[in-house]
Design a protein around this ligand. Structure first.
Ligand code: NAI
Ligand code: MG
Length: 335
């Protein structure tokens, strides 16, 4: 039966980069049926809410979604749509790979790092958020459970084994955040012992940031808690040419949402400047998840060929192409 995919085009640069991606999926012969749904500012304008029930129903029905970035209005009591989606569908693992392509302005070549970010707990659990009446005191709760930590660390090791990766580094701040990060590290050590075939390492998050900039080749798989994973994955994107190169997969027990790491980029929206590589690579992750590895490889290598040819890249990578011209080059390459 035909695979149905819920597609949320999103805000800002979202529609441009999502449409580029579905064209590429069609071109490579995926034969998906797309069910379009609204979320974000577009949904607020059309349906009066950021995350309409019909969108949630469509994600639940198809179990696979491809999603553009969504603008979360600041303040005004809006909770992040992304955080809501991850919680609602129990998308506990956020997989954020970065890989270098030659011919970009990126600082390094041969980077191949996957951040496995715990996606529902920690500082993003949304628990205990209070601001005092006078507005001068604010609190939030960070929650880590053994079950949650064990699930994410096991996920990272299983993925490492499946993909023939060599090393998993648990990133933490257990020296200061003794209860929460302490529990995460303790569980990470226990899980690591069950995988003698894979090298286990641990590193404090601040040092990790420095090490990633100075000596990124020491990293293979990084597993960490929610907030650290959010920050570190943007840092990793910076190693390979920026946010336009960074995809992310949000994976749960029976549902997965594929997206870019970046936001709606209002500064370049509507100008044909966005690099669609982030969402195209998210679609590659989706194809792998759907066991369509041959198609995933075709898309990845077409993308690589076009970017590495040097003269057909978007501005963020140092080139002159717009979103549409770059996308056309990838489509032509798939011929
Ligand atoms: P952003 O990620 O949208 O942009 C940061 C910088 O990276 C900007 O200079 C932008 O032009 C550039 N950039 C991002 N994606 C690019 C691409 N594909 N090609 C070329 N350049 C690209 O972060 P910002 O500006 O902090 O957030 C804007 C909005 O996005 C906010 O409303 C925020 O809440 C939302 N957001 C949504 C996310 C999601 O839906 N997953 C994730 C992060 C932010
Ligand atoms: Mg982020």
């Amino acid at each position: 039966t035909q695979q149905r995919i819920t597609v949320i085009r999103g805000d800002g640069i979202g529609p441009d980069i999502i449409d580029a991606t579905t064209k590429i999926l069609d071109k490579v012969g995926c034969d998906f049926a797309y069910d379009y749904a609204d979320a974000g500012l577009v949904a607020l304008e059309k349906h009066g809410e950021l995350l309409p029930q019909e969108t949630l129903d469509l994600i639940a029905k198809n179990k696979i979604a491809l999603k553009g970035p969504l603008t979360t209005p600041v303040g005004e009591g809006f909770t992040s749509i992304n955080v809501s989606l991850r919680k609602q569908f129990k998308l506990y693992a956020n997989l954020r790979p970065v890989m270098s392509f030659k011919g970009t302005k990126a600082r390094y070549e041969d980077i191949d790092i996957i951040t496995v970010r715990e996606n529902t707990q920690g500082m993003y659990s949304g628990l205990g958020q209070t601001v005092s009446e006078d507005g001068n005191e604010a609190e939030a709760m960070s929650k880590i459970t053994r079950e949650g930590a064990e699930k994410i660390v096991t996920f990272a090791y299983e993925m490492a084994r499946r993909e023939g990766r060599k090393k998993v580094t648990a990133v933490h701040k257990a020296n200061i955040l003794k209860s929460t990060s302490g529990l995460f590290l303790k569980v990470a050590r226990e899980v690591g012992e069950r995988y003698p075939d894979i090298e286990s390492a641990e590193m404090i998050v601040d040092n990790t940031c420095m090490q990633l900039v100075m000596n990124p080749h020491q990293f293979d798989v990084i597993v960490t808690t929610n907030l650290f994973g959010d920050i570190i994955s943007d840092l990793c994107a910076g190693l390979v040419g920026g946010l336009g190169m960074a995809p992310g997969a949000n994976i749960g027990e029976d549902c997965a949402i594929f997206e870019a790491v970046h936001g709606s980029a209002p500064d370049i929206a509507g100008k044909n400047l966005a690099n669609p590589t982030s969402v195209i690579l998210a679609a590659v992750q989706m194809l792998e998840y759907l066991n369509m590895g041959d198609k995933a490889e075709k898309v990845r290598s077409a993308l690589k060929d076009v970017i590495e040819s040097g003269d057909r890249t978007t501005r963020d990578l140092g080139g002159q192409d717009g979103t549409t011209e770059f996308t056309q080059a990838v489509l032509d390459r798939l011929n």
